[in-house]
Design a protein around this ligand. Structure first.
Ligand SMILES: Nc1ncnc2c1ncn2[C@@H]1O[C@H](COP(=O)(O)OP(=O)(O)OP(=O)(O)O)[C@@H](O)[C@H]1O
Ligand SMILES: [Mg+2]
Length: 220
């Protein structure tokens, strides 16, 4: 993102400081590709408070995905810092950040059931007992309205149901924050509206931070 397109701190008159009210602080973040010839993000500053739901809005190619990927640790910034809860994480590996990233395209394992898809991260990254894993999977499925679909494979689901499985997979990890990259772009208008309401409801209840990206559509 270039400076004039970048999201700004909510109150620009406030001095930037390591304020306890700010949970995620992004300062002067810059990222280039192709030996500096493509500037994806330039001088991005953003302060996000606890329990905030932040949406990055901008035209295609302005750097929303790149910003989310740097927060998640999937890209390394050229310069700038990212701090979470007072701890600088700019150079930490993704696995050491406790953040969940939901990709722009739905990426479910086609041969695994909904249950196994949701459980996948728990199997890979935790030592929880099977009972504890099932408890988390069933709780997320309940919140997302997927309880009756746990034994189905992704191809037997609608787009909206698949998207909810992607969210469930992130939710069971109990991350500090959710990073959603255009989570509803693959859905039709009706499902998109439905998912917006659902995410709003469970983000209000979860007390976790939500950070999402959206592309603006030009009116023709
Ligand atoms: N791996 C890469 N190599 C080279 N250029 C890249 C790479 N990733 C992103 N870019 C470029 O960086 C810029 C920002 O890309 P990014 O994917 O962050 O945009 P976006 O705002 O998410 O766009 P969209 O709304 O289309 O998803 C674009 O010009 C893109 O072409
Ligand atoms: Mg993008």
């Amino acid at each position: 993102m270039t400076t004039n397109q970048s999201p700004q701190p909510r109150d620009q008159s406030e001095e930037r400081s390591s304020d306890a009210d700010e949970y995620i602080q992004i300062t002067n973040l810059r990222k280039t590709f192709s030996k500096g010839t493509i500037v994806a993000c330039d001088d991005v500053d953003l302060d996000i408070g606890p329990e905030d739901f932040v949406v990055l809005l901008g035209p295609s190619g302005c750097g929303k995905t790149t910003t989310l990927r740097m927060i998640a640790g999937l890209e390394t910034p050229d310069s700038g810092t990212i701090t979470i809860d007072g701890r600088e994480i700019t150079d930490l590996k993704p696995k050491d950040r406790n953040l969940a990233y939901v990709f722009q395209n739905i990426t479910l394992y086609p041969h695994k059931t909904v249950r196994k898809n949701i459980q996948f991260g728990l199997d890979m990254k935790t030592d929880l007992t099977n009972e504890a894993k099932q408890e988390r999977v069933e709780h997320a499925a309940d919140l997302l309205g997927l309880s009756d679909l746990l034994d189905r494979k992704p191809k037997a689901l609608s787009g909206g149901q698949q998207q909810r499985v992607s969210l469930g997979r992130a939710m069971v990890m109990e991350p500090d924050a959710f990073l959603l990259d255009e989570p509803f772009s693959a859905l039709d208008a009706k499902l998109r509206d439905q998912m917006r309401v659902e995410v709003k409801n469970f983000s209000a209840n979860s007390k976790r931070r939500w950070f999402s990206s959206l592309t603006t559509k030009r009116k023709r």
